[in-house]
Design a protein around this ligand. Sequence first.
Ligand code: HEC
Ligand code: HEC
Length: 319
Amino acid sequence: MKKVLKVLGMLIALAVLLLAAGAAYIHFDGIPTYEVKAPDLKVTADSTMVAEGKRLATMVCSKCHMASNGLLEGQHMKDLPAQFGKAWSANITRDPKYGTGRYTDGELAYLLRTGIKRDGSYAPPWMPKFPHLSDYDLHSVIAYLRSDAPELAPVAKAQPPSQPSFLAKFLAHVAFKPLPYPSGPIEAPPVTDKVAFGKYMSTGKVECFSCHSPSFETTNVMEPEKTPGYFSGGNGMPDKEGTIIYTRNLTPDKTTGIGSWTEDQFIKAVRFGQRDGKPALRYPMEPFPAMTDEEASAIWAYLQTIPAISHDVDALYKK
Ligand code: HEC
Ligand code: HEC
């Protein structure tokens, strides 16, 4: 008996030691690095693509990368929940030393698809990845980043490196891994295929589903529809003052979702943040004025087809 206890004691001591070593490893290793297998890509673009890339960046990238001076020079991400540490979005102006000027087209595509930066480090979860974006849209963004748009004028300034917390580093080791680089071409469904196009808009081009499902921790990036509680809201996120705002249930449920809304109400909410002609939606739901009515209408059509989930988001505020 004594011997058994002794062995057990030693095993526990060993386990504690291993855990401590693992923790120290994660602490000093920080966010992991990976091999960069950037594709051999040279984007050729016309002015339509550049304009489309700018529109996409306005809807998706500027939110994080645009500083208050209107330049895409990066900024402190104030609303990152404190448990993840501190982060600054990168300078993505054309600057050849501090901005995207130092990236090749292939390296940019590789980063946006997989999350691996040109130096091999992994962009933490607060820089989104775009595995479902069509090649056309991806190339449009890259073409835009190369363009002479005034907000991309070179700024010779590096943002401070992120200071991920232990939790963030831990998650980057075990949960948030780089995504695979697509093995074939990715095409967006045609606008005429309204439901499929709406799905592409809300899960591939502009990510509505990850904010609008219950938790970032259970987001299924590769197969969005398999995300638990898909589009049923309740994901709590800080506004600029740190007050928690819960995302809304966008499933067609009649009482807790948008089942009794009209399409017109939906389009006004998404594009302008309005209800009944008045500003109504709070940060971090930033409206999408650059989205067209046709695109917002397609998202509406798609949302009518997903399973209705009864999830009362208002109840979360009463807890
Ligand atoms: C939710 C906020 C957010 C959004 C949206 C976002 N980014 Fe980022 N991005 C970040 C943060 C934060 C970093 C810094 C990551 C780090 O600490 O390594 C980053 C890093 C980058 C880098 C790496 C630059 C370098 O220094 O190596 C590039 C390039 C980039 N983003 C481009 C984009 C583009 C293009 C889009 C839109 C298609 C976009 N980002 C959308 C937050 C965001
Ligand atoms: C950064 C996270 C985030 C993203 C991305 C996001 N939303 Fe939201 N959304 C929110 C939050 C938070 C609210 C709740 C705002 C409030 O309560 O004032 C909200 C509210 C809404 C509402 C109001 C619903 C109601 O019941 O009042 C609609 C409609 C909506 N979002 C649609 C969308 C669509 C469509 C997209 C993608 C094009 C999208 N959202 C992207 C965070 C997000």
